[in-house]
Design a protein around this ligand. Structure first.
Ligand SMILES: [Cu+2]
Length: 125
């Protein structure tokens, strides 16, 4: 093999590794809600998505989600929690509090009105 061939082979290997890592090994970071005086508090930044996207909470304890929408993009104007039959407008550059009492364990998606931005509430025992 000449050096060009070696380069192409190495590049291909690197690319394959990257693809495998991205699709199979990469796990999104989750955040566990902080508990203070019986309420599980989470701050969520809304800017082209929800940060954090995965929120871990405990069952049967009130959850307070503090959404801060740091943009005017109409996409993130409304957040919807279908399992909780909740939809809430998020005014730009403001904090909006959503309170939820999770009574079942499981994973509950939330998303913007057009179902483009996604987040997930993970309720544990
Ligand atoms: Cu949207």
């Amino acid at each position: 093999m000449n050096s060009d061939q070696i380069f192409v082979t190495l590049f291909g290997l690197l690319l394959a590794t990257g693809v495998i890592w991205y699709f199979f090994l990469y796990k999104k970071q989750s955040v566990t809600a902080k508990e203070s005086s019986g309420v599980q508090d989470v701050k969520i930044l809304v800017k082209g998505g929800y940060d954090p996207e995965l929120i871990v909470v405990k069952k049967n304890k009130p959850v307070r989600l503090n959404f801060y929408r740091d943009e005017t993009s109409s996409c993130s104007e409304t957040v919807v929690f279908p399992d909780f039959r909740l939809r809430q407008e998020l005014p730009a550059f403001k904090n909006t509090v959503i309170e939820i009492l999770p009574q079942q364990t499981g994973e509950f998606d939330f998303h913007c009105d057009m179902n483009m931005l996604h987040g997930k509430l993970i309720v544990e025992e």
